[in-house]
Design a protein around this ligand. Sequence first.
Ligand SMILES: *Cc1c(COP(=O)(O)O)cnc(C)c1O
Length: 462
Amino acid sequence: MRYISTRGQAPALSFEDVVLTGLASDGGLYVPETVPQFSREELAEMAGLSYAEIAFRVMKPFVNGEIDDETFRRLVTEAYATFSHDAVVPLNQLDANHFLLELFHGPTLAFKDVALQLLGRILDHFLKKRGERAVIMGATSGDTGSAAIEGCRHCDNLDIFILHPHNRVSEVQRRQMTSVLADNIFNIAIEGNFDDAQAMVKASFADQGFLNGTRLVAVNSINWARIMAQIVYYVAAGVALGAPHRQVSFCVPSANFGNVFAGFMAYRMGLPVERFVIATNANDILHRTLADNDFSKKELVATLAPSMDIVVSSNFERLLFEAYDRDGAAVAALLERFQAEPAALAEAPLAKLREMFASHSVDDATILEVIREAHHRSQEILDPHTATGYRAAERERGDEAVPMITLATAHPAKFAEAVVKAGFPGVPLPPHMDDLLEREERYSVLPAELSAVQQFVAENRR
Ligand SMILES: *Cc1c(COP(=O)(O)O)cnc(C)c1O
């Protein structure tokens, strides 16, 4: 198994290189050259296995023997032992045929833990094998940073520097990052906004000279290993509800499209899926593209579901590559046009996407309404991201006999603001985090200057 770029110009890479590389040299994203297939028998055998065992079986073809089976099994087992629920990602039945797939039982209470707990361990494994160290840099407006930090805190060969805008993330989100006191974790509060922080990270990737040859690694969702790890819970939920003997549908609160693309991969690997419903908040590029063929940027809106606040969906490129029959030149041309001006998809690829994907955009007022309604109907307090999915699942439901699985992407305690606005007294943090507000913190405040940040990284990496 090798990995190729969605723009067709970069060299094909092994699994190890693709995990360590991030963006392809032609600006594209890496995808597997062929899609591994599971037979009906192989899927049926997975029903009843532990999450870790399903994870091992689903991901093994992508790893391609580049990590030996025993080691890979250990990495997977360790990654999912950090989750506080024995089922790792339990299914919660809301009504006759609507289920919530709870992806928020990891260390930071959001679904990004599922991928980042494993990615940190895979990176550390490859770096140790090579006798190398690497630096991770990332910018966060709150959510991804903590999941990356938790995923790397035990990694001997990785140092991680996460930039957040000083005084502009919630106290819970800041403390989830800054109370991790391991020697390889560096939190930098930038005297600026999120865009300043992100621009400095991008500039550091573009010119890595300040690291004197040490590798800089990206752990955002362009990293293939994150998609790979997310394929697993689609398969696990599907077989738990009767696949391959019956179809299932998924509704996915979406932003950068990494999560729902993983679901599409599960479908391509043989999971019988009737449809995917994409839920967006007011930042609705995915919905506009699918519904109106309006593939254009729109100004960012700050919503009650902040982890879905995006202008561009980076992983949508991976789906475009499939829709355009893996024609890298056509994808590159479309994205070039999109960067400059409003663009549109060609008829045939758009028609293909509409066969599998429906979409729905949910505004803030509706998010609050849904939180109240879901509580009234099933005594569940939803987080605002999951609330977008709940509404989209109802609106875009296909065959009523097919189970609808809405992905619950965060724990409501993490986004208490929306829950309180909806009229509830708030949601307590789970027991393992209830002392978060008393824990010791460590972070450095730096000006929004590239040279200051790069000097800090160069001096503090180990
Ligand atoms: C990141 C995130 C999303 C969006 O996921 P994508 O893979 O970017 O589409 C949705 N909900 C929550 C809580 C998130 O943290």
